[in-house]
Design a protein around this ligand. Sequence first.
Ligand code: 2AM
Ligand code: CA
Length: 266
Amino acid sequence: MTNWREVDTFAKTWIKEAGERIKDSFSKQLIIETKSNKNDLVTEIDKATEDFLIKKINQTYPDHRILGEEGLAEKVEELNGVVWIVDPIDGTMNFVHMQRDFAISIGIYEDGIGKIGLIYDVVADELYHVFKGNGVYMDDIPLAPLEETTVEKGIIGLNSTWVMENKRIDPSILAPLAKDARGTRSFGSACLELAYVASGRMDAYMTLRLSPWDYAAGKIMIEELGGMVTSLRNEELDMLSQNSFFASKPGLHQEILEKYLKNGKW
Ligand code: 2AM
Ligand code: CA
């Protein structure tokens, strides 16, 4: 039997320790490489952070498995048992250029069901955490359930570049949503944007493509608070591959799907 309280305590300790190590790297010269495209960045700190977390998890829980963005652990092809889904630095571009607005994200799943989610905003020193069934917190502050809202009153997290990334999508398709919303925002770290939806700073967040490590923690938080997390086609997300992504307060989710997203070829 898994002692989930113990897992939660270790995970919180390790994510903070990993954050300290990242902060210590600020004074060093970074080695920056690119991955899928010239703006998809990775540094040795991303890899060192994932490696640090893998070692801690392996030493304490040898039967748990790890799905990490940098792929340093054994390959995970199904979600049986306990799987830690880790993004060592979400928002690497922010990390490299701005030294702020990036986070470590850890979602811990059992047989595909989210149990624990942690998102650590390293520079702000804010830890968002959820233990399924026990509410969501930012540090010691409980987050309120998400209430229904409308596009008219909503702030929508939307990255202006993603509608142009895919030749199938006419960029103008989202113009009415951007126009009708109270405002749009883009922070450059998907997991932090999900923490902002959970904490009510934003009302929804959507993107064309997200990987499981970007949303594994945030999904548990938003669902715990009564929000919805689906693809842009309102489908359940596949935790083992990339998906289009749409997280929102209730009410707003339905309104955006019906009025703005139904003609998109996502
Ligand atoms: P990363 O920094 O961990 O790579 C930037 O808008 C957000 O999208 C970040 O959360 C970033 O995560 C993520 N991202 C960057 N490139 C991506 C890609 N090719 N596929 C999915 N998500 C990506
Ligand atoms: Ca990353």
